[in-house]
Design a protein around this ligand. Structure first.
Ligand SMILES: [Zn+2]
Length: 401
């Protein structure tokens, strides 16, 4: 027996189209069991241990199996067999439609296997998609194309400006957390420093991981004038987690106050640090994507609740950070809807929050905050829903992006 969560906040979240402000494409080919299992974990394979025997694995069997026409908690064997029988296109279409995501902001800079383009993702979902440019990919393309060390800074800036001028681009992203971590000198590096660092990097080759060039990349991002997404916290085993604590960005955030919106992505297990930063810096926002599907609906409330202890309600955004299996687009959405609904409904029931305010928080976090930051069109109000529209309220800080 399962109790169906009930109440007006649950109803509002169930009906609310989401803006997923940070996600990736889904795998276009069929996945066998090993292929699917390899994508259920952020780490390497564990010989003898199935990634289905994890919080995210059981959440897939619980919440995704019914979308494929299987009973809840179907076995991994039945699950993979059903997935194969339906084929990748149908599987992707079902999960993307079931997620109820209206708008996707897609990081196109990481594709170690064939993934849907933003347009293909939007078509499969029946939504719309925008693009987020990963700046490390731009810098590495500049290096690959061949550039003199003293021309690197201008070459990178030009390439980044061209990349963000493409139609549909709404933001830039950096994976500095992976490359150096955030324990960097916060100041903008001098030109001579950048040339010297470029000389070292271009001679050595490889990924951009020089601390001076990473700083230069972050400051170039500020100059571009678009919202900047920063991966923080949870990620794959390429990461050193303690260096991805967003609190390490404090001095840099102080220096960049009044410039571009900075979106702290993922954040887990540092959602409280991120919440603090969002509370004290006007340009800082956060989400708890990636963690949502890894902790599953069973714990999404706890993660969201910690984030919302002090995060201003206009500064939390929804993201799935889904990458690979389309299941993650659904799981992220289910986790967000259920987790947020449960915590808001409890506050309403305890009279800590009015229902009107709870419904405003739903609209803001699920959609309006992202629409405002990325300059996306406002959601059209469903006729039947008497929810106050946050878009009509005076905006203390209107942004043109
Ligand atoms: Zn991501």
């Amino acid at each position: 027996m399962t109790a169906t969560p009930a109440g007006p906040v649950h109803d509002a979240l169930a009906a609310q189209p989401l803006v997923d402000h940070h996600c990736h494409g889904v795998v276009t080919g069929d996945l066998d069991r090993a292929g699917l299992e390899s994508l259920l974990t952020e780490g390497a394979a564990w010989p003898g241990i199935s990634p289905f025997d994890t919080p995210v694995g059981v959440a897939v069997r619980r919440h995704c199996a019914p979308v494929l026409g299987l009973p809840r908690h179907a076995s991994p064997r039945d699950y993979v067999a059903r997935r194969s029988a339906l084929g990748a296109d149908e599987v992707n279409r079902r999960f993307l439609r079931a997620a109820g995501t209206a708008v996707f902001c897609v990081d196109t800079g990481y594709a170690p296997l064939p993934l849907t383009s933003p347009r293909e993702l939007a078509e499969a979902a029946g939504g719309t998609a925008h693009e987020v440019v990963r700046l490390e990919s731009v810098a590495e393309a500049v290096a690959r194309a061949g550039v003199e060390p003293d021309a690197y800074a201008a070459g990178f800036r030009r390439a980044a400006e061209e990349a963000v001028r493409r139609p549909g681009v709404v933001a830039v992203k950096s994976v500095a957390a992976y490359r150096t971590g955030f324990g960097l000198d916060p100041a903008r590096p001098a030109e001579a420093e950048v040339t010297e660092a470029a000389r070292r990097w271009l001679a050595a080759g490889g990924r951009l991981a020089d601390p001076v060039l990473v700083r230069h990349l972050l400051w170039t991002a500020v100059d571009l004038g678009l919202p900047l997404q920063l991966h923080t916290g949870f990620g794959d085993n390429d990461l050193r987690l303690h260096r991805a604590d967003p609190a390490l960005l404090t001095d840099w955030l102080r220096l960049t106050a009044g410039t571009v919106p900075v979106l702290l992505l993922h954040c887990w297990p540092f959602q409280r640090q991120a919440a603090y930063l969002a509370a004290v810096f006007e340009h800082v926002y956060l989400d708890v994507g990636l963690a949502l599907h890894h902790v599953g609906p069973a714990r999404a409330r706890a993660v969201l609740e910690e984030a919302l202890e002090i995060t201003p309600f206009r500064k939390l955004l929804y993201s799935s950070d889904a990458f690979g299996p389309a299941e993650f687009h659904l799981l992220g959405a289910v986790s967000f809807r259920q987790g947020l609904a449960a915590l808001l409904q409890d506050r309403v029931d305890a009279d800590e929050l009015s229902l009107t305010d709870a419904l405003r928080v739903v609209r803001w976090t699920a959609s309006a905050n992202a629409r405002r930051l990325y300059g996306l069109p406002a959601e059209t109000e469903p006729d039947s829903e008497p929810v106050p529209d946050p878009e009509t309220e005076p905006d203390p800080d209107p942004r043109r992006v």
